[in-house]
Design a protein around this ligand. Structure first.
Ligand code: ADP
Ligand code: MG
Length: 696
């Protein structure tokens, strides 16, 4: 399919081709991202005005829109400039006034001469006990009364686009809406009682009451489904494409896993075991794995990843694990090395810091296959990093990893299996939208014995109290993170805040007890600050949000977050997740600067009430909306125009399985339904999918 199907041409022409739309209106439309009649079609009304004809004003609640047949009475032109021009009118039972500001007699006398019969429609208000309709929306002879829609859809507008323009342009578009072959599974269509697309789009623009504007109304639900289905079809095509690339089959024999499991001071949770099994099965299959491992902070993703890496090493291959920051990469190395040693596995670290001879030696060892597992930052994917036999690439803690980046990563690893790990619990609907092309393993269980984290919300005014408590806690051998606020988008401001806090705490708690770590520090200093905290040499670690992701110091049991009210929910949840990892009772103090605004108060309350990452992320989604939650641009998450991710999660799941099912029986979209689905992809501007079909 080389180009857009002809049947869609009328919808993709310029808006100027619509009746009554000139270059100026077209220009104004672009402010609303409306460039073609198609775009108008998908701008659905958000409200509706009842303009059904009544016999009289009597019985109407004012103010309200009324449509009524009247006899025009006496004209009373304005007495002074800017005054009101009034026209007395009578309906079947009562009388009222039409009011015009700047009304010109000549015009009005021609339009509505005394004695004429007219149908008028507009908002009626009581003014000094007198009913009046100011600037009627409609004022037409009886023969034209049918021009007034019984229910008038109300659209979003922009500068230079009036309700009338919008209405007329949409009407003109509706006359050219083609009838399209059905792309929805007939069973789904029947089950939901949906109408065909053509009818649904007409109904959506012809609401006959507020009920029709509800997302659950059949026409809207169907159109929302179309949107979700098109998106899921795109993801399913990407997934199919990836699966076509032959993968490597790596079958483990347990010879490395067994000693590691035996050496662990704990047993894997059943969620971990299940994820390990799913990953092992994927590794063994000879198609490429493309899997997401989702697990809340502290759910033990690292062990799962490591078991996967051991499988490929057992099979004679190599693995790589990429972390977003140097601190994390180092921490993985330190956590995994003792385990690796138990099994005789060679683990090495590669970051941007490796230079010169040392780096060359590492690369050579990697190429020879002498390094089994490489851990590092994005440096592990530099051009000259070559593996002997790379079979598994793991990306840790990537919050913002879109479909495109995943495909790039898979390309670098040639046939290597890909596992993406994320600690950001995201609501199911978002997960499906963002990761619909992947298979998903979920760690929905925390390791046993974790104690709940006591979370308290405290005003900064009580800083002295907090510090004095902290002194006692430290004396008992506890450790504390102290996170300083992201005052502005500027690193410099962050730094001053962190450095000042560091000085103050050091002055109170003593030299050598307090460490400092922030993003701008030289890597060496960062490492030693982390190491000192990890080993218990320092008791307090003052930090900017560099510690947000992944840092693991089980003995740390106190988390203080300053100006918590300006952090996002997900971020606070991640930060708090740094404590509560050991056996000790943990505390999280969320300090705010009064007065608290509504949003900030609500966020802190949610955190105080629950530790469940999924509950927190659902709340976040409700408070912020989907687009905002995962930076849309980076995530590849589309902005849906009709579908409501917050409320239509169920439809998203159906769309995913339907899209996958369609491709399973018709991978090339050649069947009648497949061809119809191609038209949908064009209609929904799914360029990426269209490219995938044309190369596939
Ligand atoms: P995350 O999912 O946030 O990456 P980690 O992998 O860092 O979590 O694990 C958090 C902590 O839990 C680590 O200290 C780890 O050793 C420990 N842990 C992992 N799995 C278990 C388990 N099954 N039982 C007890 N502790 C575990
Ligand atoms: Mg982790």
């Amino acid at each position: 399919m080389s180009g857009r199907p002809e049947i869609l041409f009328p919808l993709f022409s310029a808006v100027e081709t619509l009746q009554g739309v000139g270059p100026k209106t077209a220009q104004n439309f672009t402010q609303m991202a409306i460039e073609t009649p198609r775009d108008l079609l998908f701008s659905l009304p958000y409200s509706v005005v009842d303009r059904r004809l009544r016999t009289t004003l009597n019985g109407v609640d004012f103010p309200g829109v009324v449509t009524v047949e009247v006899t025009i009475g006496e004209h009373r032109p304005a007495r002074n400039r800017g005054g009101a021009y009034r026209i007395h009118v009578t309906d079947a039972e009562t009388d009222f006034q039409l009011v015009f500001f700047h009304g010109r007699s000549r015009y009005l006398e021609a339009q509505v001469p005394e004695g004429a019969r007219r149908v008028v429609s507009g908002k009626v208000e009581l003014f000094d006990g007198l009913a009046q309709m100011v600037h009627p929306d409609y004022m037409v002879p009886l023969v034209e009364a049918s021009e007034i829609p019984g229910f008038e859809p109300v659209y979003n507008l922009t500068q230079g686009i009036t309700q009338k323009t919008m209405f007329k342009s949409v009407r003109s578009t509706l006359t050219r809406v083609p009838e399209l072959e059905e792309w929805i599974d007939p069973a789904q269509l029947a089950k939901e009682n949906w109408q065909e697309w053509h009818q649904s789009i007409l109904s959506a623009h012809n609401p006959s009451g507020l009920d029709d504007l509800d997302a659950q109304s059949p026409s809207r639900a169907r159109l929302a489904y179309d949107e979700l289905f098109a998106h899921q079809l795109t993801l399913a095509l990407a997934r199919q494409m990836e699966r076509k690339t032959r993968g490597i089959s790596s079958r483990g024999n347990g010879i490395l896993q067994a000693p590691v499991l035996a050496a662990l001071p704990y047993k894997p949770t059943s969620a971990q075991s299940l994820a390990i099994a799913e990953i092992s099965a994927d590794l063994e299959a000879d198609r490429r794995m493309n899997r997401l491992l989702q697990g809340d902070v502290g759910s033990g993703k690292t062990l799962v990843a490591f078991m996967g890496l051991l499988v490929v090493v057992e099979a004679g291959g190599q693995g790589v694990m990429m972390a977003p920051t140097e601190i994390l990469a180092r921490q993985h190395l330190e956590g995994l090395r003792p385990l690796a040693e138990d099994a005789g596995v060679v683990l090495e670290l590669l970051t941007g810091r490796d230079k010169g001879a040392e780096r060359r030696a590492k690369l050579a060892a990697l190429k020879r296959g002498d390094i089994h597992i490489l851990v590092g930052t994005h440096a592990v994917f530099q051009q000259d990093v070559e593996f002997n036999d790379l079979r598994l690439a793991i990306v840790d803690e990537q919050h913002r990893f879109g479909v495109r980046q995943r495909m790039e990563l898979a390309e670098k690893g040639r046939g290597a299996d890909v596992l993406v790990m994320t600690a950001t619990p995201i609501p199911r609907s978002l997960a499906l939208a963002q990761y619909g092309d992947m298979d998903v393993s979920v760690l929905d269980e925390k390791p046993p014995g974790r104690k709940p984290i006591k979370t308290a919300v405290i005003s900064t005014e009580r800083m002295d109290e907090v510090i004095s408590h902290l002194r006692h806690a430290i004396a008992e051998g506890r450790q504390c993170y102290w996170v300083c606020p992201l005052v502005e988008e500027s690193e410099v401001m962050d730094l001053t805040a962190a450095e000042e806090r560091f000085k103050r705490l050091r002055a109170v708690l003593g030299e050598g007890v307090v460490g400092l770590v922030h993003g701008q520090m030289p890597s060496k200093d960062k490492d030693s600050a982390m190491a000192a905290f990890q080993s218990g040499e320092t008791s307090v670690l003052v930090a900017t949000t560099v510690i947000e992701v992944g840092v693991n110091v089980p003995n740390a049991s106190i988390m203080v977050i300053e100006r918590a009210e300006i952090f996002g929910l997900a971020q606070l949840h991640q930060l708090r997740g740094r404590v509560g990892r050991g056996s000790a009772e943990s505390t999280c103090l969320l300090m705010y600067q009064a007065p608290l605004k509504e949003g900030g108060r609500k966020r802190l309350e949610v955190l105080r009430e629950t530790e469940d990452g999924f509950v927190i992320s659902e709340t976040d989604l409700q408070m912020r909306g989907a687009g905002d939650m995962i930076g849309t641009a980076q995530s590849g998450l589309p902005r849906f125009q009709i579908a409501d991710l917050e409320r239509q999660a169920g439809l998203m799941a159906v769309a995913q399985s339907d899209a996958r099912a369609l491709l399973a029986i018709d991978p090339g979209l050649e069947s009648p339904r497949g061809r119809a689905a191609r038209v949908l992809l064009w209609l929904m501007r799914q360029d990426q999918a269209i490219r995938l079909i044309s190369v596939g």
